[in-house]
Design a binder for this molecule. Structure first.
Ligand code: SAM
Length: 281
């Protein structure tokens, strides 16, 4: 009988963020595959979970996958955890999940904490569309190239950064995104020194440079999308819709505009409605 693979999120700081279901699943499975068994052992001890642990990290994932898949196929339910937060999100696990899917094994997510989503939920930047960018390259030349490629992005972008690189990373962001770009800074989320702020890119660079405490702990940077590009996109949509609305219904205009600009029909429809209403006023 084939068993299941559970992908279990764990807290990113505050242990009370562990979900009841995560505890139940970790107690009930035969084996827990962990990024770092010593780190996870502490979490398990706190919740009185005595399920055996096995290491599954970037360096042994390829070799470990086959034996984990075999165990599941023989009837052992297995849970995957990382050191903190949601596995696979800048953490190992992707190859195991892909292998399980390919072997026809049911993969069950047990959702919980994720630093990216926690930061986005609190910094006060648009959350309707966002991209997760993970860690930027550590070499400055590559980091600048990657930031350049994101310069015109109109949606909110979420980055993870290590404390020892935070200052140079933010300084590079000032150089590429500009001093005025809004940015959210979320440090030590759910922990004693939790700090969450929204400010301009230049203000953030100055603050982090001046206060060494801001260069400590775990950090998420949330960058607002490019407002100029947003305006251009909005202008293009409005011009097209106005031309179409002179000839066809709101529904058809929205469908055509969505097809031409490659955007969601719902967005085009809502904008078309707004334009027709403002014409009526
Ligand atoms: N899988 C994790 C998740 O779901 O968020 C992320 C793991 S990644 C290896 C670690 C990075 O996540 C840190 O360098 C930091 O950027 C971010 N992070 C994790 N915990 C955090 C916290 N409590 N506060 C702020 N950022 C955090």
């Amino acid at each position: 009988m084939c068993a299941q693979l559970y992908v279990v999120a764990t807290p990113i700081g505050h242990l009370d963020d562990m979900t009841y279901r995560a505890v139940d699943v970790l107690k009930s499975v035969s084996l827990i595959a962990a990024e770092d068994t010593r780190q996870s052992a502490q979490l398990l001890k706190h919740f009185n979970i005595d399920t055996p642990l096995t290491a599954c990290h970037d360096h042994n994932e390829n070799f470990k996958i086959e034996s984990l898949i075999n165990k599941i196929q023989q009837g052992d339910n297995i849970a995957l955890v990382s050191d903190a937060g949601t596995p696979l999100i800048s953490d190992p696990g992707f190859k195991l999940v892909r292998a399980a899917q390919e072997a026809g094994i049911r993969v069950i997510p047990v959702p919980g904490a994720c630093a990216a989503i926690a930061a986005l939920s609190a910094v006060g930047l648009p959350s309707d569309r966002f991209s997760f960018e993970g860690f930027l390259p550590s070499r400055q030349s590559q980091r600048l190239l990657q930031l350049e490629s994101l310069k015109d992005e109109t949606q909110t972008m979420i980055f993870y950064e290590a404390p020892h690189r935070i200052l140079e990373c933010v300084q590079d962001m000032v150089a590429v995104f500009g001093a005025d770009r809004p940015v959210g800074f979320a440090r030590e989320i759910t922990k004693t020194f939790e700090t969450i702020k929204k400010l301009s890119m230049q203000e953030l660079a100055d603050w982090v440079a001046k206060d060494p405490n801001q260069q400590k702990g775990e950090i998420v940077i949330v960058v607002g999308g490019n407002p100029v590009q947003k305006d251009i996109a909005q202008e293009k949509l409005d011009t097209l819709l106005q031309t179409l609305l002179a000839e066809v219904s709101v529904k058809t205009a929205a469908q055509l505009a969505a097809d031409v600009l490659g955007i969601k029909k719902k967005i085009a429809y809502q904008r078309a409605l707004t334009l027709t209403q403002s014409d009526d006023e």
